[in-house]
Design a binder for this molecule. Structure first.
Ligand code: SF4
Length: 373
């Protein structure tokens, strides 16, 4: 199976008030040491296996210099057999973009840029603690285009504090105007101690009712489809041929290796994580010690469960014959009775040997997926 390579860059220029990712504030000398450690980890891990995607995620990977991104891509190409036409994605925050930086990233070998825009509404951006403006996001996308990127993705967040249906519609229209090849629509998830929770309580910002959130989601998928961006996953839309090849590995029972602090890997039925702390990660690499936790080998049932959980996120769902070949299980015989009420309500469909969620089913995906646990 062709691998995906994920590289975690845990630095941000400021910390957003809702963020629960593995990240910290940018620190130049720490970043220099981290990039060197990452290069070393990649060089030591690779055995020339075939890979066809490289994904820089974070944090804010675009805080690295283009030269550093180039060194890391070279390390991947040196240690793995990376396809000539590999998809190389850089998650980018609009405030880190400029014409020379975008040209530098392109020259370094990045061919896909994924911008963390989140909203085109100034009040929403402020409430989220984001440091860019809507204008900067538009300019950053234009800078990427001018540098030759023909594969751009924008992230938007839905169900934000104080966000009305109209506010959301305006952000979606602004995204369509920018004209990306791909977009991700995320629902804001407030973890228990998120500072945003306190700010919401203090300022009296509330979330739209559930019915509004459902309507916003369904409306945006229809509108984006009309604009040529078809839904292919619960939260992702793309122009034809522009799905995220890297992320599709996560949803289609693929394999990937993660490098850097806190990165996860899945290979040959095993899973492991790297240590989460940036300092701990660097110290271990410098001392020649392993950074990965012990490999956990998943049992057949657990692998099947995961394949169903992730596969049903895709619009085309899962092919039951491949599940049977791979895991020796007749999915319908095992779960059909529990799924039947969802089929009756047209939330799940079994068509031409594929099991899939309808769009209405995607709104209650968690409830449906509970069947497999
Ligand atoms: S930029 Fe992204 S990773 Fe960094 S703090 Fe904000 S949400 Fe978290």
């Amino acid at each position: 199976m062709t691998l995906g390579l994920y590289l975690h860059i845990p630095f941000c220029s400021s910390i957003c008030n809702y963020c629960n990712f593995n990240r910290g504030l940018f620190d130049g000398p720490l970043k220099d040491r981290y990039v060197r450690a990452l290069e070393r980890e990649i060089r030591q891990a690779g055995r020339g296996e075939a890979a066809d995607t490289i994904y820089f995620g974070g944090g804010t990977p675009s805080l690295l210099e283009p030269e550093e991104i180039g060194r890391l891509i070279t390390a991947c190409r040196g240690a793995f057999d990376v396809a000539e036409d590999a998809e190389v994605t850089l998650e980018t925050n609009p405030e880190t973009s400029s014409p020379p930086r975008m040209e530098g990233f392109r020259a370094a070998g990045v061919n896909r840029v994924s911008f963390g825009v989140q909203s085109f509404n100034p009040d929403e951006l402020r409430r989220l603690g984001r440091v860019h403006t809507a204008g900067r996001a538009r300019d950053a996308a234009a800078e990427a285009r001018a540098a030759g990127f023909d594969n751009i993705s924008l992230d938007l967040m839905m169900w934000l504090p104080g966000q009305s249906r109209d506010d959301w519609r305006q952000s979606v229209e602004a995204l369509i105007e920018v004209g990306p090849e791909h977009a991700s629509l995320y629902l804001l998830e407030l973890y228990p101690n998120a500072p945003l929770r306190e700010e919401m309580a203090r300022a009296g910002w509330s979330l739209a009712p559930d019915e509004d959130a459902a309507e916003m989601y369904l409306w945006s998928l229809g509108r984006l489809e009309d604009a040529g961006l078809g839904q292919y996953e619960i939260s992702n839309v793309a122009r034809p041929g522009r799905r995220s090849r890297h992320n599709v590995k996560y949803w289609s029972d693929g394999e990937w290796l993660g490098f850097g602090c806190g990165a996860h890997s899945t290979r040959e039925g095993s899973r492991w994580n790297n240590v989460a702390g940036t300092g701990d990660y660097i110290a271990r690499i410098d001392a020649g010690q392993p950074v990965g936790t012990e490999r956990r080998t998943l049992g057949r049932d657990e692998r099947l469960e995961d394949a169903l959980f992730t596969g049903l996120r895709l619009v085309e769902g899962v092919d039951l014959a491949s599940m049977r070949n791979r895991y020796g299980v007749d999915v319908w015989a095992k779960y059909g009775t529990a799924l039947a009420p969802f089929v009756t309500d047209d939330l799940v469909r079994l068509e031409e040997g594929r099991l899939r969620l309808t769009r209405a089913g995607m709104l209650v995906a968690n409830e449906i997926m509970a069947v497999f646990v």
